[in-house]
Write a protein that binds this ligand. Sequence first.
Ligand SMILES: Cc1cc2nc3c(=O)[nH]c(=O)nc-3n(C[C@H](O)[C@H](O)[C@H](O)COP(=O)(O)O)c2cc1C
Length: 162
Amino acid sequence: MAKTIVVYGSSTGTCESIAQTIGEKLGAEVIEVTNLTAGQLEAADNILLGTSTWGAGDMQDDWYDGVATVKSVDLSGKKVAIFGCGDSASYSDTFCGGMKEVYDAAVEAGATVVGAVSTEGYEFDDSDAVVDGKFVGLALDDVNEDDKTADRIDAWLPTLGF
Ligand SMILES: Cc1cc2nc3c(=O)[nH]c(=O)nc-3n(C[C@H](O)[C@H](O)[C@H](O)COP(=O)(O)O)c2cc1C
């Protein structure tokens, strides 16, 4: 059976809670990014990487070491999906931008990145996490749209092919 892991970085618990929800739905191991090892990535077939966004469109602090770990591994042949949480009202110019740095690390590591999401249904001005007209992964706004989070997760997970 394919092994799936969910790795997250979270400062105030929002992305952590989303990671736990996703982990339960997939029956996947959930790993806080500060505990992530190269061996855990190597042992997985499918990998979800989740980050909240801080500063001005930056990934969550703990991910700075985490992306180094991701880049140190050959992820070719593995599927990676990105998810993020942010605040599209207060940070409309950098909504969920932190996902882009995590995405770039996965691409650099040779992963097949799946799970791009249409920007339809979101209200924001700009985001580095939009590539070729789509979010590089699942953008969530639990600050203003927590009523949409469960449906967005349920619509997204089956698209990943995990
Ligand atoms: C100082 C500060 C900066 C933030 N910057 C952004 C940002 O640039 N883009 C964004 O979408 N959200 C931004 N946010 C919102 C957080 O990403 C959001 O509150 C998120 O749910 C936090 O998740 P966490 O508890 O998992 O870290 C910011 C929040 C704070 C307090």
